[in-house]
Design a protein around this ligand. Sequence first.
Ligand code: AMP
Length: 359
Amino acid sequence: MSAIVLAPGATIGILGGGQLGRMTALAAARLGYRCHVFAGEDDSPAQQVCDAATIAEFSDHAALERFAAAVDIATFEFENIPAEAARRVSALKTVLPRPEILEIAQDRLREKDFLRAIGIDTASYREVSDLPALVRAMREFGYPAVLKSARMGYDGKGQVTLTSETRAEEAWLEMGGELGILEGFVDFACEISVIVARGRNGACATYPPVENQHVGHILDTTIAPARIAAETAMRAEAIARHVAEKLDLVGVLAVEMFVTEAGDLLVNEIAPRPHNSGHWTIDACITSQFEQLVRALCGLPLGSVIHHFDAVMKNLLGGDVEKWRDALNDPLAKLHLYGKTEIQPGRKMGHVTRLIPHR
Ligand code: AMP
């Protein structure tokens, strides 16, 4: 049994106003908690469903302090929230996961160094701090290889695939960062992710690995559970739990991995927050990833991760959202729209989870 730290009625602060904050707030409301969002702009997806909002830049210290004063505990919904903002809030109120974890996850070099240090396999990588270092690393790795900016990368942003045709100068400019990481190209059989929730008492609840299909580096489809061998799935879950334990995480963590033809698992990325590949858990599992986060934050026991359906989750990216009516005509589909008014190519506007009853 874990000691309940925050009883229903308390206010959870969410740094970031996107759809992950929105779905966390919806889960929190169901358990009787209130949410207060801190976001850079008005009418964000999270604000639309929260009780209160602070609208300010993440660099606005006074606003961060006002936010901290108004909440009982805080979390973040996106790993590119400046860690300094999370630290400011944590000086006044508990922030979970710990801001130090945010610092690891938002820097691809620190992230991979951390993973290697705890014995987890990753793609081979080199730090590249300038053009000559990139040229050296390109020679060492051969082609193809993947250059990524160390910071502020997500959904393939700041990422360039290098071939023998690529000129180092152009790749460096396209990457757009001051510090990069060159990774060996992984010829994977499939990509999977595992979401693990970890409570204040160290108890873990791990969802089965799911299979992720990307289009243009953005998640397009998640197939749950992943179509991989049971033994591979067990190893993947063990890896996710190991990472959560070594981070001393309280909250929810997504661990993205490549599965090679030989069945080896290489961790690509970790995200210490609910994850797009876990959206299926809302409709298909007894407890969603968002409810697990609320439970972990508040010191409630974690819920069951049993899934009563298999599922295929498809993101509604950009103009795909116009097809939202189709989902309503399918009795096994659950439509989720994020309340974003401006459609941009590749922007995550909503998702549809199609449930597949167990036979
Ligand atoms: P990331 O921004 O690291 O999550 O990468 C986005 C997507 O790019 C991944 O989900 C993969 O499909 C692909 N990718 C990233 N790194 C590599 C790599 N080292 N080798 C092959 N594909 C990669």
